[in-house]
Design a protein around this ligand. Structure first.
Ligand SMILES: C[S@@+](CC[C@H](N)C(=O)[O-])C[C@H]1O[C@@H](n2cnc3c(N)ncnc32)[C@H](O)[C@@H]1O
Length: 262
């Protein structure tokens, strides 16, 4: 009998929190693949010390795609045992790593890996991305990123089989001082690149300048101010994706090529 592959990766801190991934879940739920996938199998890779965010992901996606199945994958066997005690319809938990083991060797429509690579080295990112992307269905999506403890500051990379496509920043606008607060919560591939000469540094600088420029619109609320920032960014030539409906949420999505490390 063939021996199962050892999970790829290593156990890291299991910090998680109720509702902290709401911003990324809301974005995933709006991606076309959620509605169009023939096999709506979604993976939550590295769910941490409790199964909470996996169960939340299932509930949020089921609103858009009622037959969605979510598989939580963790590299820590104790966390898999604990999660299995909390399982329910539409969700299962498995031991594994970046190789993304799935029942019947099926592939995933979406893999969400949030706050996982943060505890790895920057040099490990490309291999982890390639391994996870290799487990996607055609048209599938890997969402890899980071957020703060309570989910008010988040950013993630959207990847397809062929590699990274987008960077999304999502911020709570109420009380926001400067958009570059996201610098502390960038995906691992970018967090060490927020230095002069790198495009992510240019983007965060442009966001801060425009946030200051449009400060007078704050009298109409932070959403109006943010909408003006995103519109100005687009006019300045940044490849901004999406519509006002997304920007109103405090989101900004740009093409990955515009911010990829030099
Ligand atoms: C900080 S927790 C993140 C929990 C949750 N995703 C969140 O954002 O709230 C990171 C978890 O990822 C797990 N992990 C790290 N590397 C992994 C890998 N290669 N495969 C599966 N799980 C992994 C760790 O054991 C840890 O429980």
């Amino acid at each position: 009998m063939a021996r199962a592959e050892a999970p790829r990766g290593r156990i890291t801190r299991g910090t998680t929190n109720v509702n902290r991934l709401r911003r990324v879940d809301r974005w995933i739920a709006a991606q076309p693949v959620i509605r169009t996938a023939d096999d709506p199998l979604v993976v939550d890779l590295g769910y941490g010390a409790s199964a909470t965010t996996t169960l939340e992901l299932r509930d949020r996606l089921a609103a858009a795609r009622p037959d969605v199945k979510v598989v939580g994958i963790e590299i820590d066997p104790q966390r898999v045992r604990a999660a299995n005690a909390a399982t329910r319809d539409g969700v299962e938990f498995r031991l594994g790593g970046f190789e993304v083991p799935l029942p019947g060797n099926r592939a995933a429509a979406v893999i969400r890996a949030l706050n996982v690579l943060r505890q790895y080295d920057e040099t490990e990112v490309a291999d982890a991305w390639a391994t996870m992307c290799g487990r996607l269905q055609p048209g599938g999506l890997l969402v890899e990123g980071t957020c703060d403890e309570i989910g008010r500051i988040a950013s993630w990379v959207g990847l397809e089989l062929a590699g990274p496509r987008t960077l999304t920043i999502s911020l709570r606008l109420a009380g926001l001082e400067t958009p570059s607060i996201v610098a502390e919560r960038l995906p691992k591939a970018l967090i060490h690149r927020n230095v002069a000469g790198e495009r992510i540094h240019e983007l965060l600088g442009a966001l801060d300048r425009l946030w200051a420029t449009h400060a007078p619109l704050g009298v109409y609320g932070p959403t109006q101010r943010w909408l003006a920032v995103v519109a100005s960014l687009r006019e300045a030539g940044w490849p901004v994706r999406g519509t006002r409906a997304r920007w109103r949420l405090g989101e900004l999505t740009v093409d990955w090529d515009a911010v990829a490390p030099g």
